[in-house]
Design a protein around this ligand. Structure first.
Ligand code: FES
Length: 122
């Protein structure tokens, strides 16, 4: 199945927070920010921990284990120790008020090998 599909009510993801959903068996973090809703692979590229349990700051989410921050628009890590991007997915909010729903297209917008820059270890 392709295309957008509903994953959760937006009311369940407060601004500045994240929630894990699973689409086609793939864990994805739905992140609600002042700049919109984003969907990002819910697995840090440094180790196998959930990014959805990290802190949201603007358009970034910080891995709770070692502190790498990932850009929610591109999946690119902005700080060490992670050096490899995570996958991001198209996300949108459909509807109004309490009935609005987050939809995700599980077709990746970026994949780690095709994403922009990677930070370099020194
Ligand atoms: S597990 Fe995420 S930065 Fe190490």
């Amino acid at each position: 199945m392709t295309g957008f599909r509903p994953v959760c009510p937006i009311a369940e993801v407060a601004v500045g927070t994240s929630r894990r959903v699973v689409v086609d068996g793939v864990p994805i973090a739905v992140v609600n920010t002042d700049e919109g809703v984003f969907a990002i692979e819910d697995r840090c590229s440094h180790a196998d921990v959930a990014l959805s349990e990290g802190d949201v700051d603007g358009c970034t989410i910080e891995c709770w284990l070692h502190g790498s921050a990932f850009d929610l628009r591109t999946g690119v890590p902005l700080s060490l120790p992670a050096t490899v991007p995570v996958t991001v997915y198209p996300a949108r909010v459909v509807g109004d008020g309490m009935t609005a729903v987050v939809e995700i297209d599980p077709t990746p917008t970026t994949v780690p090998a095709a994403a922009g820059r990677q930070i370099e270890e020194s």
